[in-house]
Design a protein around this ligand. Structure first.
Ligand code: NAD
Length: 453
């Protein structure tokens, strides 16, 4: 038996003992998780600094704080979510009561990426614990310091048979995928998402796939341009653009393009300073390979602002480029870095056509003050989720399930969504034995007539 299958088997045995079914047990695990995080904030921030040069502010805002607020929200609502829910019965089922019982799947495998290496491993874990599962986390090998500290802290806090962290690269994931786990929660790229789904199909294991893609950001001429510039500058360049829902490219109405680019450049300098590629406070690109891929995009068009790079520190300045089209390499794949191509349009129908020609995006952002325009875009373009007059913030709400559609993903989490993706909803009808309606039995007189609608 390999190490991985042994671990899965031990977790299954632990699950079968039934402790994780108790709400008190789940709450205690969440409380331990909170103490683990709060007691080791410093080490977590140091790891994020080592892996990605994240500033303390960004590390707290986008990783530690997000996880703590998800934890608080889940703890507050867990008792209610975990209860069987009474639903209606139809007249044909007279005498019965109907319920939905949420039940845990069993052993959950959570495979996570490097861009928010703490948040994207631990936020799904909260859902897995809340729903009553055992869990195996496989964080990314590209952020080894964060994976290490996670493994260390989780190892000290929970028995491995309940929650385990497996460090390693794709081979480790593939090793784990050989065993029959009960649900898989994957966050990462589209091609790997396909491979995960293929592996899951062998055992008919349910999957949640949180993937990526090119998320458009549309700026219409009636938008509050100054505010749009500030919010786009923040959402695009935070974490050096290495955010799955970052605006990938801008679509700006032609008549305001020059004015908007000026405002965007100003907003970037105000938020991030004038020479971030030299400093020590800006998130770096995760690896030389990713850095070189991004660097090659800089020659795709004309630099509007930014463009300076520092290969030694793996820093790329906040950059916008124009003069690109859908054939340019920068427009043919998800950018995942601080480079923003700018396209222009005359009419919104062009935008709708062009965006709908691409795989369905994970996010879409529209800046416009006109309700009809907002509704038109929402009605005509399918995408995972997004914001009107803001960027990225939809993912911070526990009331909004977060996920993709089409190639950008399957399933959604955050808030109750996280509890739901790690639960099977067992539908139960409890029927009375006090009487028995005869019409379902074929030999009853006029049986067919009685059931016809
Ligand atoms: P990735 O797909 O390369 O890797 C993700 C995880 O899968 C890592 O743990 C990695 O070790 C593992 N892995 C890699 N190859 C594998 C294979 N063949 N079989 C099994 N496991 C394998 O993704 P990444 O580069 O770490 O992250 C970037 C991508 O993730 C981007 O496309 C981004 O949009 C997406 N992403 C999506 C979300 C979301 O919530 N939707 C969040 C963050 C990142």
């Amino acid at each position: 038996m390999s190490t991985y299958s042994g671990l899965v088997e031990r977790q299954k045995a632990f699950f079968e003992k039934g402790m994780t079914m108790e709400i008190g047990f789940r709450k205690e695990a969440m409380s331990k998780l909170r103490s683990l995080i709060k007691g080791h904030e410093r080490e977590l921030m140091d790891a994020l600094k080592l892996d990605l040069n994240k500033s303390e502010f960004e590390a707290y805002l986008t990783e530690i704080g997000v996880v703590l607020s998800e934890l608080n929200f889940t703890e507050k609502h867990l008792s209610k979510w975990a209860k069987p829910r009474k639903v209606k019965s139809t007249v044909a089922m007279a005498g019965s009561k109907s319920y939905i019982y949420p039940e845990p799947y069993g052993v959950a495998l959570i495979i996570s990426p490097w861009n928010y290496p703490f948040q994207l491993a631990v936020a799904p874990l909260i859902g897995a614990i809340a729903a009553g599962n055992c869990a195996i986390l496989k964080p990314s090998e590209l952020t080894p310091a964060t994976s290490r500290i996670l493994a260390e802290l989780v190892g000290k806090t929970f028995p491995e048979d309940y929650i385990a962290v497996v460090e390693g690269d794709s081979e480790a994931s593939q090793g784990l995928l050989q065993s029959k786990v009960d649900t898989i929660f994957f966050t990462g790229s589209v091609p790997v998402g396909r491979a995960i789904m293929e592996a899951a199909a062998k055992n008919l294991t349910p999957v949640t796939l949180e993937l990526g893609g090119k998320s458009p950001c549309i700026v219409h001429s009636d938008a509050n341009l100054e505010l749009a510039a500030k919010r786009i500058a923040w959402g695009k360049y935070i974490n050096a653009g290495q955010t799955c829902v970052a605006p990938d490219y801008l679509y700006v109405e032609k008549s305001i393009k020059n004015q908007f680019i000026r405002l965007l450049g100003e907003a970037v300098s105000t938020i991030y300073g004038t020479a971030p590629h030299e400093g020590d406070t800006f998130t770096r690109i995760v690896s030389k390979r990713h850095f070189d891929r991004l660097g090659s995009f800089l020659g795709n068009g004309r630099i509007l602002f930014g463009g300076r790079i520092n290969r030694e520190k793996l820093l790329i300045e906040h950059t916008a480029i124009d003069g690109v089209d859908w054939e340019s390499p920068v427009m043919r794949e998800e950018i995942f870095g601080p480079i923003l191509p700018v396209l222009e349009y005359d009419s919104l129908s062009e935008v709708v056509t062009m965006v709908n020609n691409q795989p369905k995006p994970l996010a879409l952002y529209l800046f416009s003050e006109t309700k009809e325009i907002q509704e038109e875009i929402l009605a005509k373009i399918s995408f995972g989720g997004g914001c009107i007059n803001d960027t990225v913030m939809h993912l911070a709400s526990p009331y909004l399930p977060f996920g993709g559609v089409g190639e950008s993903g399957i399933g959604a989490y955050h808030g109750k969504g996280s509890f739901d993706v790690f639960s099977h909803e067992k539908s139960i009808m409890k029927q009375t034995t006090k009487f028995d309606l005869p019409f379902r039995y074929q030999k009853t007189k006029d049986a067919l007539k009685k059931i016809k609608l």
